[in-house]
Structures are given as C-alpha cells and as structure tokens.
Design a protein around this ligand. Structure first.
Ligand SMILES: Cc1cc2nc3c(=O)[nH]c(=O)nc-3n(C[C@H](O)[C@H](O)[C@H](O)COP(=O)(O)O)c2cc1C
Length: 191
C-alpha cells in the first residue's frame, strides 16, 4: 500500500514539509510505502474551465503543459493521498488550490477516480486561518468520495520560520496520530 503526499509550500524544507514527513514516518513504521512530491512555487496553473476532461474522459487534464497529469497519475496509483499546505492569507497556497481544482475536476469527469481512497490534509500556520485552510483541503476529499481519518486535534501545527513547528508539541503529536490512524484505515479498507 502506498500514500503519496503533496507539499503546497513555496519553500522546501519548511514547516509544511516537516509536518508531511512526520505523518509519512508513521505510515512507514506501519509498513506502508510513501512518496513526497513538492509542488514547485508557480509551477501549476489553476483550472481554465475548458471542460475538455468531461469530453475526453481519459483521466487526464487537457492542459498538458505542466506536471499536473503526473501528479494526478500518482494519486490514482496510490491508496492514500496526503495534502499539505501553509496558510497563505487565511487559506491554502495557490499551488495547492491549482492541484485541487484540476485533479478534482478530472476526477469528477471520470466517475470519481479517487473514490474510497484515504485522504488527509495538514496545515502549517504562523497565527490564524488554519481551520479555514484545513477545511479547504477536506472539501477536496469529501466531494471525491474519499475517506478521511481523524486525529487527536485538527491537523494544524504552529510555526513561522522553517523548523518552528517542531516546537509545537501538540501539533507534532497530532501529525503522528494522524499517520497511525491513516495506516489503520488503509489496512481496513484494503482488507
Ligand atoms: C504569502 C504568505 C501569506 C501568509 N499568510 C498567513 C496567514 O494568513 N496566517 C498565518 O497565520 N500565517 C500566514 N503566513 C505564514 C505561514 O503560514 C507560516 O510561516 C508557515 O509556517 C509557512 O510554512 P512553510 O514553512 O511550509 O512555508 C503566510 C506566509 C506567506 C508567505
């Protein structure tokens, strides 16, 4: 079983990456395969509403100029999807939004490609907007018939500069518990 994680932060080695790796470490301890993908800043454009995916029904976005289809294929091949975003102006980053818009639309156009896979979101925040961003991630999973595991708190951790989330003991524990629950859920789903 495999979980693929997407880092929507504009900076590598930042707080979002630390949170994602904390979840992935727990999944690895439970024997799951994991992969972390960085959405390079500015690398993905949003959906252009061409609706070609509904005409083509080929499990691909018709705008084939960036890495979106590669990302979507990784989601389709995985058993679980983990999305991580920093809070930018009280919501998810533009890169994460672009991933959600286009993967979400192609998935819907093809009869919900991610149906009954496990999905979870994590959020790094300096001060405010974490729950709003967390909800934005969860809307993607819920409309796509995915199954969301819970944790001991909402999946947020506090930090501004890279590495500061490590000082948020409860936030880090929340990520560990999420990883354990996601592994448990995936084992149930896959018998
Ligand atoms: C463009 C931008 C907007 C931000 N907006 C918010 C915000 O609305 N609320 C907040 O608490 N932090 C905000 N922050 C701070 C980041 O959420 C915080 O530093 C986070 O830890 C960054 O994660 P990263 O290290 O993975 O990039 C913002 C940062 C940037 C660059």
């Amino acid at each position: 079983m495999k979980v693929v994680a997407f880092n929507g932060s504009a900076r590598k080695k930042g707080n979002t990456e630390i949170l994602l790796n904390t979840v992935l470490d727990e999944l690895g301890k439970e024997g799951l395969e994991t992969e972390l993908v960085h959405l390079a800043a500015g690398s993905l454009q949003g959906c252009i509403a061409c609706y070609k995916c509904f005409e083509n029904k080929d499990q691909r976005c018709a705008v084939d100029k960036d890495a979106l289809n590669e990302h979507l294929q990784k989601m389709i091949a995985a058993d679980g999807v983990l999305l991580g975003s920093p809070v930018y102006f009280s919501d998810i980053s533009a890169g994460m939004k672009a991933l959600i818009e286009r993967c979400g639309m192609v998935s819907r156009a093809n009869g919900d490609l991610l149906k009954r896979k496990a999905g979870a979101g994590v959020v790094a925040v300096r001060r405010a907007g974490a729950n709003h961003a967390f909800s934005s991630l969860n809307y993607f999973f819920l409309i796509g018939q995915m199954i969301i595991p819970g944790s001991s708190y909402w999946n947020v951790a506090i930090g501004r500069d890279p590495g500061e989330v490590l000082n948020d003991e409860e936030g880090i524990q929340t990520m560990k518990t999420l990883g354990q629950n996601m592994a448990w859920l995936l084992k149930k789903i896959n018998g």
